[in-house]
Ligand binder design. Structure first.
Ligand code: IPE
Ligand code: IPE
Ligand code: MG
Length: 240
């Protein structure tokens, strides 16, 4: 079922951050291995990206693998790494069809070499697409990103006797060209950030939905937009 775009009241968010949670529970409920949930989650991500592009959302960030997800079984971690190394680049015609530019946020240097190469190629080959920028948060942790931003800043300003400012940190995050998220969304009922976008969530709206990530599609993205349109953002000021 597809809602007409004009039926969604208000403006769509410029940037949505998605915490894609519930792949494991989806698979377990169906008597399948957790890895089957990740494959279904990838298909959901495709539907969500396509619908976001259709609605005129300019940026989505998808939380794909956290700095804490290395704690999972070797089988699950290696499945996810293989998925990144093999599936990401295989979607090139999908990116072209929908005008999707891929960027990555997170400490990519710690990933297996094949995954790093796939990521670099995909970023390069989608660089001129202009409808929607899709930022994949891989080996991403908000705390880790802030620490790396401070280190980067120190490296650049060596010897300069001045203190770091919030603007310095923002300018040294992994994707400084991407505006902060207007809304951060989490699937599967959990109500926490799990180390996602700690710096730029400062004035984000939050929305939590029970639907497990592999069941997400256009309807859920439309619901996020409709819910966002009902929020009043004040950024510390006063609405007249
Ligand atoms: C989210 O789904 C995907 C990743 C963290 C990679 P989960 O794998 O966390 O699913 P649940 O929370 O166990 O159901
Ligand atoms: C957050 O989900 C990370 C991703 C969606 C990639 P988790 O499932 O890892 O988070 P916790 O452990 O429930 O907080
Ligand atoms: Mg989870």
């Amino acid at each position: 079922m597809e809602r007409d775009i004009s039926e969604i009241p208000g403006t769509v968010p410029t940037h949505i951050g998605f915490i894609m949670d519930g792949n494991g529970r989806w698979a377990t409920a169906k008597g399948l291995p957790r890895t089957a949930g990740h494959l279904a989650g990838l298909k959901a991500a495709r539907r969500v990206i396509a619908e976001s592009a259709r609605l005129g959302i300019r940026y989505v960030t998808l939380y794909a693998f956290s700095t804490e997800n290395w704690k999972r079984s070797e089988e699950e971690v290696s499945y996810l790494m293989t998925m990144i190394a093999t599936k990401l680049h295989g979607e090139l015609s999908f990116y072209r069809e929908h005008g999707i530019k891929i960027l990555v946020r997170g400490d990519v240097s710690a990933l297996p070499e094949k995954a790093v190469r796939t990521i670099e190629t995909t970023i390069r080959e989608t660089a001129s697409n202009q409808t929607l920028t899709c930022v994949l948060a891989i080996n991403y942790g908000g705390q880790d990103e802030i620490a790396r931003a401070v280190n980067r800043w120190q490296e650049k300003t060596k010897g300069e006797p001045r203190s770091i400012t919030p603007a310095d940190i923002a300018a040294n995050l992994d994707t400084p060209q991407v505006p902060p998220p207007d809304i951060i969304v989490r699937s599967a009922g959990e109500q926490r950030l799990s180390n996602f976008m700690l710096w730029d969530s400062a004035y984000a709206e939050f929305a939590f939905y029970d639907t497990l990530w592999p069941d997400w599609g256009s309807l859920q993205v439309q619901t996020v937009c409709a819910d966002f349109a009902k929020r009043t953002r004040k950024f510390g000021g006063v609405i007249a």
